[in-house]
Design a protein around this ligand. Structure first.
Ligand SMILES: NC(=O)c1ccc[n+]([C@@H]2O[C@H](COP(=O)([O-])OP(=O)(O)OC[C@H]3O[C@@H](n4cnc5c(N)ncnc54)[C@H](O)[C@@H]3O)[C@@H](O)[C@H]2O)c1
Length: 284
């Protein structure tokens, strides 16, 4: 199936990035938010990133203008009615996701493919509220979307081969390398990454080493571009806490259980970069 028009739900951190790469790749793109103020913020972020790329000479002003002309923001579901592909990137909450997919299912034509950018929730649980479980999959982008080259295509037990093939084509068109995973919490990357991040917190918590030495160890000893505690600040302490709990619920293995320090940091509002303080402090 050929994708011409793409709808994106949510214009937060991930939705804005997905809408940007989609418009830059030549797709007519509509991004929906719940409120105008969130939409304005997300659209301003996209313009800011494209503006910086132009200033750095990575993008021509004409290409920026062409991408922006293909991108439109809305707060109305009706504007997504004629999309060929809809990618959901709203809050990581099953009830909220089921609600939007149920509303869209009644609105969109039969051929429209639905995809969720969820990091940890079960795809088939969302697909089940629609009449198109075969045209439903996970499409998991990485943060920051315009920079990170990977996308995980998540195949629910109901997803058809044709849907996976279309999503592979779309992923390539937006400049990403696709890998495929079955609909199991954490897919490939978070299944491996989250226990590692939680172990780094346990190493700090148990006094084995300092924050700086843990991060330095993994950077210089393993060649990672960023230490695990700096990465936790980047991803968000709250986001990691929620994902860990969902993975623990699914697998019931202690290695997925969030360590006490992570929960306390979340309760204290030390959420990482977004709140100005996590394992590190960040100036405004
Ligand atoms: N942050 C990451 O590193 C990351 C990476 C991969 C995947 N994800 C997943 O992407 C999704 C979004 O995460 P995020 O970090 O962009 O969150 P975010 O909080 O930055 O953005 C979510 C946006 O969705 C909007 N929203 C909420 N309900 C909506 C609705 N009904 N319709 C339209 N918009 C709605 C909110 O106003 C908000 O702006 C989550 O499922 C998350 O698990 C996040």
């Amino acid at each position: 199936m050929q994708i011409k028009k793409v709808g994106v739900l949510g214009c937060g951190l991930m939705g804005a990035g997905i809408a940007q790469v989609s418009a830059q790749a030549g797709f007519t793109t509509v991004v929906k938010e719940v409120e105008q103020q969130f939409l304005d913020k997300g659209m301003a972020r996209i313009e800011g990133i494209l503006g910086k790329d132009v200033a750095k000479g990575k993008l021509s002003a004409d290409d920026r203008d062409a991408a922006m002309s293909r991108l439109r923001g809305t707060t109305s579901f009706a504007d997504l009615a004629d999309c060929d592909l809809i990618i959901e990137a709203i809050v990581e909450n099953m009830d909220a996701k089921r609600e939007v997919f149920s509303a869209l299912d009644a609105l969109c034509p039969e051929h429209t493919i639905f995809a969720s950018n969820t990091s940890s929730l079960t795809i088939v649980e969302m697909a089940a509220v629609t009449k198109r479980p075969d045209r439903f999959a996970g499409l998991h982008f990485f943060n920051p979307v315009p920079v990170m080259k990977l996308v995980e295509i998540v195949r629910a037990i109901t997803t058809s081969d044709a849907t996976v093939a279309t999503l592979r084509e779309f992923s390539a068109a937006v400049g990403k390398t696709a890998i495929e995973a079955r609909d199991t919490t954490g897919f490939i990357v978070n299944r491996l990454l989250v226990p590692y991040l939680l172990d780094a917190v346990r190493v700090l918590e148990s006094g084995v080493a300092t924050r700086d030495d843990i991060d330095e160890g993994m950077k210089l000893g393993c060649g990672h571009p960023m230490g695990p505690l700096a990465l936790l600040d980047f991803v968000g302490i709250d986001t990691t806490y929620f994902i860990a709990n969902i993975m623990f619920d699914e697998f019931r293995e202690p290695r997925f259980a969030p360590p006490p320090l992570l929960r306390r940091m979340m309760l204290a509002g030390h959420l990482g970069r977004k709140s100005g303080r996590g394992f590190y402090e960040y100036s405004a």
